[in-house]
Design a protein around this ligand. Structure first.
Ligand SMILES: CC(C)(COP(=O)(O)OP(=O)(O)OC[C@H]1O[C@@H](n2cnc3c(N)ncnc32)[C@H](O)[C@@H]1OP(=O)(O)O)[C@@H](O)C(=O)NCCC(=O)NCCS
Length: 179
């Protein structure tokens, strides 16, 4: 994929591209910042234990895999958003995969999540193997739910007490888009 620049509502330019091994250090920083800013992901602050080497190797594996995609959003050479999608490896589950998405809080509401998702959906549609894109989202994550519904994702299930955070159990919606 060629890097794709977009002008945001605030006049800044964001570039979407596939992550490469050289992005490892920045991506570790991104995950650590994002996990401290939002409790809507499964990673608690300080829990992400990838080293630069293991993250770089993971990113290379993503580039090599035909049904995996690691997209990043970059502003002024800094990673401010990331989306990772992967299907199962075996033949019976290779058509269906799940993604995780995050944008740094300072950049919420500018359309970056929407751009990353559009890119994933276009890539998945063009991939002859992939038929289904899944996600799981906390039922109280209004911003993410609005975004997914706008893109046509439908709720397939309500998974009870899947998340435990600050003494409270939270439900997840399982959502999917057929491509
Ligand atoms: C969810 C997330 C990826 C959205 O990214 P984003 O770049 O802010 O998303 P966008 O700006 O493209 O779109 C967000 C949409 O949410 C809606 N929205 C904005 N504020 C909202 C609010 N307070 N309540 C409900 N919906 C809201 C808007 O409709 C907006 O779309 P629009 O601008 O086209 O009207 C981002 O908030 C994030 O990283 N959150 C923390 C991690 C997370 O929750 N990840 C998803 C886990 S499933």
């Amino acid at each position: 994929m060629q890097p794709k620049p977009y002008v945001l509502k605030n006049g800044q330019t964001v570039t979407l591209r596939e992550a490469i091994p050289e992005d490892a250090e920045q991506l570790i920083k991104h995950v650590n910042t994002m996990s401290a800013e939002s409790s809507f992901t499964t990673i608690s602050p300080g829990e992400f234990d990838m080293t630069v080497e293991t993250e770089a190797s993971f990113l290379q594996d993503c580039l090599n895999a035909e049904t995996q995609l690691y997209l990043i959003a970059v502003i002024d050479e800094t990673v401010i958003g990331a989306l990772h999608f992967a299907t199962g490896k075996r033949a019976r589950v290779k058509h269906s995969g799940e993604f995780g998405l995050s944008v740094l809080k300072a950049y919420w509401g500018l359309g970056i999540g929407s751009l990353l998702l559009d890119e994933l959906i276009a890539w998945a549609k063009a991939n002859p193997i992939i038929k289904k894109v899944n996600l799981r989202v906390r039922t109280d994550n209004e911003r993410a739910l609005t975004l997914y519904q706008k893109k046509g994702f439908l709720t397939e299930g309500n998974l009870k007490a899947e998340i435990f955070d600050a003494d409270t159990y939270y439900d997840l919606y399982s959502m999917a888009l057929f491509v």
